[in-house]
Design a protein around this ligand. Structure first.
Ligand code: PSZ
Length: 539
């Protein structure tokens, strides 16, 4: 008994430590954790036999989409299987080992990547977990997809995996063709230019820089660069260093490097103690749900936020802190899956253009297919192509697309050692082929509809726990619990029942499944969520 109590205490401590570091609002509730342990000792959780369900679903799909309910990743588990608490004893030991070397409080659990397959991640304790978080929304085809293995096994590709080039100066022969077959084959409308980068923050930083150069060149109006500009920039002084700014929105997340961090406003944990630039910030719409019952108020909310954008342009441009760009997420993700209307984005583009600034769409999280299109902003019917579209995560490589007028005029301006990694582009080339071959964007649409219908149904049936603001495009879905504490409990219980979801915002759970997430996986998720909603103890 002593051992058992010690074990539960350790479990609580770990959860509290973890929650602190990822910023969940968790208040340890020994009671439900304890009850969970008791239940676990009675039976091993969850072995779904879903073949029958799968066949049934297959018959429900339209003919053209039937292939979508067949097995996409052969050998994938038929449901979650949880044998220990999550994280289990092995993971907890490994977390303690890692914590001696670095702060490990953000680790959920250690993962057995060899045995993970498709939509299921297997942890170090052998728990098989339905993963609807996909490595913070970043692994496109699930674990160990056979086509990804083929890319790595191809001897020609192995050369690229081993010999990582400094891409800006020594690209491998055939590189332009690789870019054409991968990134450019799915480029947003009008985008013929693409630069690769290592991560999302790096992509945004460089898009900001490209916008600044473009803005300065417009100001120069063709005049050549003066000696004074060249010498003053070396000591961070005008006129070489510019007072230019990038406008961003409250609640946004654009990365944690210093420039990006100035445009990130989602949570203080990211910002506290770091210097920030004096750049303009406007409000992002916060709608009332259900949308159909609040059309007028939400239109007014759009107008309020757009008026702030206009106002910020005026204030900063007047003060000589010229706004060279506006950066915005098509859906604010880290900030709690906050959606805005197509009309908001259309007007934002109009205002940005009118003020001579560049519109930078940060599709790091929304891009890559999760909304049923490669780029979320393709749902917005923008009158013109966006000036920049930045990406990373599901695209495997970071980088940004831009319109031709934003090309730098000199080398070494948008530059670093690696400029991304060609091996990631090889994988992406295959991902793009598989998405097309297996009709995965259509699948996202179908699975997304199933998720949204199921979530709306649950929010109607459990109004004491779920808020009436289920939202989503494709499988990029989210819902709020009625309090931060309930969100934390729901997140914890989902994990214990073998579902890995993602927390974001104050009291939101977001779903970021793989592109191989099928309606049958949506059924499993919804079943587990219903069970969790019945179990919630937080008042
Ligand atoms: O805690 C963190 O730093 C996290 S957790 C999730 C993210 C970052 N998301 C990354 C992200 C993003 O969602 C958007 C819309 N823009 C930029 C970024 C930064 O990308 P990375 O993390 O690759 O630098």
């Amino acid at each position: 008994m002593k051992n058992r109590n010690g074990h539960i205490k350790r479990q609580e401590r770990h959860i509290a430590m973890h929650i602190r570091s990822v910023g969940l609002q968790f208040h340890p509730k020994p009671n439900y954790i304890h009850q969970f342990e008791m239940a676990l000792s009675k039976f091993n959780l969850f072995h779904y036999q879903l073949n029958a369900v799968s066949c049934f679903l297959n018959r429900q799909l339209p003919k053209s989409a039937r292939c979508l309910s067949t097995v996409l990743v052969p050998g994938e588990a038929s449901g979650p299987s949880v044998k220990t608490t999550v994280p289990g004893p092995k993971s907890r030991q490994m977390i303690a080992d890692l914590d001696k070397i670095q702060f490990a409080g953000s680790v959920f659990y250690f993962t057995d990547y060899k045995n993970s397959l498709g939509n299921y991640v297997v942890d170090a304790d052998g728990n098989s977990i339905l993963d609807v978080f996909s490595q913070i929304s970043s692994l496109p085809l699930g674990y160990n997809h056979p086509d990804m293995h083929k890319v790595v096994q191809d001897p020609d590709n192995q050369i690229a995996f081993i010999n990582r080039p400094a891409l800006g100066i020594f690209p491998a022969q055939g590189w332009p063709e690789k870019l054409t077959n991968s990134l450019l084959s799915v480029a947003p409308k009008g985008h013929t230019q693409v630069n690769t980068m290592a991560c999302g923050s790096c992509s945004n930083e460089n898009a900001f820089k490209a916008a600044f150069m473009w803005y300065r060149n417009k100001q120069r109006g063709g005049a050549s660069i003066s000696d004074e500009e060249n010498s003053s920039c070396l000591v961070n002084r005008a006129p070489g260093s510019t007072p230019f700014t990038i406008m961003s929105f409250k609640g946004s997340f654009h990365g944690q490097t210093l420039g990006c961090l100035t445009t990130t406003h989602s949570r203080s944990i990211f910002k506290l103690d770091f210097p920030a630039l004096d750049w303009p910030i406007a409000s992002f719409p916060r709608y009332k749900y259900p949308l159909e019952d609040h059309v007028k108020e939400n239109e007014a909310e759009d107008r309020r936020c757009l008026a702030e954008v206009e106002e910020q342009f005026e204030i900063y441009n007047k003060a000589g802190k010229f706004v060279a760009g506006v950066v915005v997420e098509p859906i604010q993700a880290e900030g709690g899956d906050v959606h805005a209307s197509p009309e908001f984005f259309q007007q934002l583009q109009r205002i940005t253009k009118k003020n001579g600034a560049a519109l930078i769409l940060d599709e790091v999280q929304t891009g890559g297919g999760a909304t049923g299109k490669y780029w979320c902003h393709e749902h917005f019917n923008l009158p013109d192509p966006a000036d920049f579209v930045t990406f990373s995560k599901k695209m495997l490589t970071g980088g940004f697309y831009s319109l031709p007028e934003f090309r730098p005029q000199q080398g070494l301006k948008i530059f670093n050692t690696w400029m991304g990694d060609p091996s990631k582009v090889l994988l992406l080339e295959k991902v793009v082929q598989v998405v097309k071959r297996d009709n995965l964007l259509k699948l996202v649409e179908l699975s997304g509809k199933k998720l949204m219908d199921g979530l709306k149904d649950l929010s109607n049936r459990f109004p004491q726990h779920m808020k009436n603001n289920v939202r989503g495009i494709g499988t990029f879905c989210a819902f709020d619990l009625t309090s931060p504490q309930k969100r934390d409990e729901a997140f914890f219980r989902l994990q214990q029942h073998g579902v890995q979801s993602g927390p974001c915002g104050e009291q939101t759970i977001r779903l970021r499944p793989f592109l191989v997430f099928q309606p049958k996986h949506a059924d499993i998720f919804l079943d587990v969520l219903e069970k969790v909603l019945k179990e919630i103890q937080t008042p």
